[in-house]
Structure formats: structure tokens, C-alpha cells
Design a protein around this ligand. Sequence first.
Ligand SMILES: C[S@@+](CC[C@H](N)C(=O)[O-])C[C@H]1O[C@@H](n2cnc3c(N)ncnc32)[C@H](O)[C@@H]1O
Length: 466
Amino acid sequence: MTEKFRELSVSREDVLAAKEKGQDGLSQLIHSVHSSGDLVFILETLGSLPATFGSECFIDLLQHENKDVRLWAVKNLGKLKSVELLPFYKDVIESDTNTTVKREAVSSIGRMRKEATIPTLISILKNPDPKIVCQAIRGLLVFKGNIEVDTQLKQLINHENEMVVSVIKKEYFADVKMDKKSLPHPETYPFLVNVAVNGDVRDVLKYVPDESVHLTFTSPPYYNARDYSIYPSYDAYLFFLKEVFQETYRITKEGRFLVVNTSPVIVPRISRAHSSKRYPIPFDIHYDLIKMGWEFIDDIVWMKPEYSVKNRIGGFQQHRKPLAYKPNSVTEYLMVYRKQTSRLIDWNIHQYSNEIVEKSKVKDGFETTNVWQICPKSDKVHSAIFPYDLCKRVIEYYSFVGDLIFDPFGGSGTVGRTAISMDRKFFMTEKDPQYFEYMKSFRKEDIFDETPAKFLTLEQFKNNTL
Ligand SMILES: C[S@@+](CC[C@H](N)C(=O)[O-])C[C@H]1O[C@@H](n2cnc3c(N)ncnc32)[C@H](O)[C@@H]1O
């Protein structure tokens, strides 16, 4: 029988009675049991301890072979909040083989909140485990303002671990926005509101001020898969997207989101003597996005009921030969990113009035997983348009009522129309005059009628800007 399922030989009453008798009573109980399970039970059941409770029986258990016993021994020592225990904690941090036990020791030192712990916490900053370093930083931040503490912590800006660097950056090197004339977070510039511009997104964005949009949801042209997406090389294509998303970063408000819909594409073989090539677009652009400051938040899989391109598995179904397996793809990705900031999401939420937050609350029936089953939409004019339900979810989950939603690759304008139907505003760009006309054509019969939408040439847009 495993230790876990063995019956305990002590009861809760035994433990509480022993605790009443103090250190000696507890020692006796500890020595009377023979299994680690019993020991853990005793240590877990002790509850709060007075600072005067002796520490010896716990110190003895710091060498126990079972990691849970050692962890609970440290936890109980922590309740005594005694600086005299610092050498024991140091020993655990240096020699214990279990990282949870070590972290508990650092946390026990931090919870003392006593100046005498500063040198020990500083010495822990050199530990090779970044989680332990973060725990020590947490303990030291209680003394922020102390010259020695500040000096030691600031040096960690050059630490090799990104979590450590981000904590230090936030605490000591956060951008102080000096005198920057920016709009209140929920607001944007009137000349962008419900505007679609016919032009290359890179040209249009030159006239868009920093921090003007709240959410970008887009599906970029797929590499050399359709007429409107022909690039000289894959590198040129990735470079183009890099330029667009770099500019999108600039015009995005602090801490707000970018949701990019892509999927790997296949470029067919030129003849039977060659093979086709598959390009993993979402994975290749991910690295560029991270490098420019977009923080990765989530990967959502858009799952369709059926595959929509050529039947790839057909050949395999006939011959069943390994290596030639090529599944039909029924998914695309929605990669979710947030513009880097030291502020928490709560800060973004607090920028809005209670009324707006209330109005924007996501309705019942929201998706709880990262697999979204949504039927694709086919269209007689545009070959790759978003289904309304997909736009609706993204806009509902990642923006507030009144926000400005941007789509750099507007196509038929699904993002814009959905934004309006959800009490948001839109700003879109679309290069192709034919698609732009198509987008415009919805004006008569659709929701654009109710809201004064403007469809501008680049020249007209330029003349309208600040
Ligand atoms: C995948 S489609 C977007 C379809 C859109 N989501 C919809 O629901 O209709 C990509 C669009 O980007 C446009 N496009 C390509 N390069 C562009 C550029 N440099 N600037 C603006 N639009 C561009 C294409 O003409 C195409 O309509």
C-alpha cells in the first residue's frame, strides 16, 4: 500500500493536545509516529503557533528524507517569525534538493518584514533559480527606499531572467510619461472615427497619431495564396507584416490588444517532380511581434466544421504509406497580444466609467475554452472574409463600448460593421480599390447607414488629419 493511502495513526485531537503541552508534547508525538504521512498530518494540523513556541522539533525535520515533511517544517518555522532562524533558512536555500522547500524558506524570511533580514535576502539574489530570486525581491521590496536595497535591486535590471527584469523595470524604471499630450484612455481622435481609407496601410498609418486605437483585429493577406497577396519572397512578406504591426504597436493605446488571425499556407508545387511548400505564418510572425514589444497573451484555435481547401489527405487515403500523411486542416489561429506596459489589466479597466464597464460586460454564453467552433463565411466578391460571429467574440472579449477598433486589412469591412453593431467605432484601411468599393457598398443596405461612416482616399484622409 502506498504511503498516501495508509491509515493515519494520529488524530486531529492528538495533535491539538500535544500542541497544548508545547514543544515537549509535540516532540513526543513526532517521535511516536513512523510514517511521513503521519508527520505531514501533524505539521499541517498545528495551525497558528505563538512566537514563543520552540523551534527545535521543526529544525530536526529539515533533514527529513521526505520533501513534504521538510516543506511543512519550514512552514511551521515561518510562523515563529524569528531572525534567529536565518542561518537555518540559509542552509535550506543552499542545500535542499527541492525547489518548493527552498522557496518556502525565502518566503518565510520575507514574511518577517524585519530589517535584520536584508543582508540574507540580498545574498539570495545570486541564487541560480529565478523563482527564488523573485521571492527574495518580493521580500526586499518591503524596504524599498532603503539605499542598500534599492542599489542591489536596481542592478538586477541586467539579470538574465526576463521575469526578474520585468519586476525591476516596473519597480524602478517604469516610463514616466513626461508632459506627453495624450488623450484620456477611452477617447480617440474624431478624424479616425468610423473612417475607412483606400490605401496601403503603411502609407495611411503615417498620419495616425500614437496611442489612438483600442483594439486591432485583423487577418493579413496570406502569403502568395490569393491574387491580392503576391510578394517577391517569404522574407519580403514577413518584413511587410513586421512593418504593419510595428506601426500598429505605435498607434495602440497602452496595454491594449492585437488579435491576429492567420494559419499556415501551402504554396502548390510547380510540377509533379517538385514538392509543395508549407509556410507556418503564425509561428514566424510571432517572433517578430514579441521582439517589437507585443506581449503574448493567448493562442485561440478557430475550428471549422470542414476543411475548406483542396483535399490533402486524398492520396494517403489510397496508399496509406507513412511519411506521406497530410491531414486536412480545419483550424486557423487567433493569436492574442497585448501592448507592453508595466500596468495591470485592472489599470486599463479603471480608465472607464462604471457605466461603460457595466455596459461592456460580456453576455452569458461566452466561450470558456481556446477552441472556438465557428462556421467560415463564403462571399461572392471577397474570397477570405471573417464570419460575423468571430468578429463579435473578439470585439466583445477584448474591447469596451465606445472603443475604436482597427483593421489594417479591412477587406469587405466585416470588422467595421461588427464594431458598429456592438456600439464600438471602427477605423480600417484597404488597399484594393475593388474591395474598398465592395466595403462601401454595404453602406446603403447595412448598419453603416445609421452611423456616419466615411470612405476616403489617402489624399482626403491626409487633409482631414490633425
Ligand atoms: C484576408 S483579407 C481580409 C478580409 C477581411 N477580414 C474581411 O472580413 O473582409 C486581407 C485584405 O488585406 C488587403 N491588403 C493587402 N495588402 C494590403 C496593404 N498593404 N494595405 C491595406 N490592405 C491590404 C487585401 O486587399 C485583402 O482585402
